[in-house]
Design a protein around this ligand. Structure first.
Ligand code: FES
Length: 93
């Protein structure tokens, strides 16, 4: 099963393949902030370290929102993220 690790706390969770990161965080009170939950506010921005294919590809709309809120390499919107393999979630400073 894929694992989600939060770099800020060191906590690691096993999740089902294809789990929506938003759903996981809401169900497990995980340490990640969300706002709109639909990919437009940028509150959930984070840096994802993952092997190729471990997360879904960013949509054009997600890339547009990311462009407005960060230039961090590996940045993603947590509310748009689906987990297919091991990932580490870091703050997007
Ligand atoms: S919660 Fe608003 S963009 Fe993800």
């Amino acid at each position: 099963m894929p694992k989600i690790t939060f770099s800020t706390t060191g906590q690691t969770y096993e999740v089902a393949e294809g789990t929506a990161f938003l759903d996981f965080c809401q169900e497990h009170d995980a340490p990640h902030a969300f706002g709109c939950t639909v990919g437009s506010c940028g509150t959930c921005v984070c840096v994802v370290e993952a092997a190729a294919g471990s997360v879904n590809a960013a949509s054009t709309d997600e890339l547009d929102t990311l462009e407005m809120c960060t230039d961090a390499a590996g940045a993603r919107l947590g509310c748009q993220l689906k987990v297919h393999g091991d990932v580490t979630i870091k703050p997007a400073d």
